[in-house]
Design a protein around this ligand. Sequence first.
Ligand SMILES: Cc1cc2nc3c(=O)[nH]c(=O)nc-3n(C[C@H](O)[C@H](O)[C@H](O)COP(=O)(O)OP(=O)(O)OC[C@H]3O[C@@H](n4cnc5c(N)ncnc54)[C@H](O)[C@@H]3O)c2cc1C
Length: 459
Amino acid sequence: MKEDFLSRLAVIVGQDYVSNRPEDLYLYSRDPGAQKPRRADYVVMPRTVDEVQQIVRLANQEKIPLTPMGAGLTLSALTVPLRGGIALDMKRMDSIIEVNEASRYAVIEAGVTQAALRAYLEKHHPHLQHSTPESPPTATIVGNILIQGHGHLTPRYGINSQMVNGMEVVLPTGEVCKLGSSSISPSWFSRDPLPDLMGLFLGWLGTTGIVTKLSMQLFPKPSYRDLLLFVSDSTELIPEIIDELSQINLLENCFIITQEKPRWAQRIYYIIVISGQSQAEFETKKGLHNQIFQKHPDKVSPVNEEPALTPLRERFLGVPPFAATAADFRKGGGFEYTGAILPIEVIPRAWQSGIEIAHKYDLLYQLGIQLLPNGHSVMLAYSYPFNRAVAEEADRARGALDETNHLTLELGGVVWKPELPAQKLILERMDVGTRQLIDRIKKMLDPNGIMNPGNWEVS
Ligand SMILES: Cc1cc2nc3c(=O)[nH]c(=O)nc-3n(C[C@H](O)[C@H](O)[C@H](O)COP(=O)(O)OP(=O)(O)OC[C@H]3O[C@@H](n4cnc5c(N)ncnc54)[C@H](O)[C@@H]3O)c2cc1C
């Protein structure tokens, strides 16, 4: 059966783009995070929508699981096939189909990476940019949007999934449909005002369909850009500062970070990214943000000296920034973070507890807040570096992640891009009616349960 199935896949995509060799499957059976590997049985790399449809139909016929994958870099093992089957690697579908300058959007295929779009825009449309996450450059734009990720323009323009104008999707039973304005018009310019079907695919972790094309908003690139850096020791001040930043709502991006190593980094650093199209706009914004911090002279001060100044500027001024540069990468390279989406008022407790959890598991702490749009909430990333070569250290990292996820839910927050144990915790707490709705939608779209099974599994 195995060889026969492989040759049927090969008929669809060509011999060079399928494999069941252990050395090829190795990569598809794990990700760089702390979760344990699970074996994929086949990998297949389609080039066209028609090939995706044929693969989906074949998987349905044989009831073989199918896990769509961009770069597999969530760190939460969301592309590690929990029940084996086919890893559907979308990287060959890598065309940038259109960039519309007037309505400012790009239509891309599912395999287009962050680096590819960025390089394309720099070359052909240098005054436009997309909201870039700090994930590795090989991460796909579609994978990032489908997990409702964040980019360097998030505080100003929204989380990346809010920037979607439309999608083309192959449903789990093989039909293709278009969503947004592209369903009635040649232009992919808008998500509104038709029934919003995008939510059937955002946040579902590849369990409801395969996105083959996507239209995303682009934004003007500013002529002026710089950082303001401040340092404080007061966790209680964080909600107040976020409130004050949101009152004027003029920043491009804002991080609030601390980490255990090097020693100078143990304080609370505010990194405010200011940008503007004219010098006057830029200087006004700088002045207004400086005033916010000057209101608290006893609790916060500007960073204008070493050792903090140069490393913070180097890490945060670029696009993408490097907030997740955990302190101890060199020892074995393992690194995972859990993203807690939190209401503002719980930040001081979440911050303090994060440090305590890291120490309880004998890990170095690194906390980073990414401000979310309009200061209504934050993503607090708890990063845990560990030595991949030491099983006991990976166990400790998993323990810390698990405890952090419990903390997030206890504080009334939501775990972002949840790995399997966190999905279970979320489902246990979820309103019963909502859980049943999730179950019904999945069964309606995917009657044979082939799509990334195990994830968001209610029954
Ligand atoms: C150092 C580091 C820093 C990071 N920083 C950020 C950050 O700043 N912001 C951020 O948002 N994320 C960040 N991440 C998390 C992650 O890397 C990114 O979100 C990344 O863009 C995910 O893209 P991917 O191609 O790896 O997705 P994948 O892991 O391949 O896929 C993600 C999910 O989408 C599904 N999927 C993928 N493609 C399709 C498709 N075509 N159709 C249907 N389902 C599909 C998969 O099954 C999976 O469930 C970071 C990760 C690392 C390692």
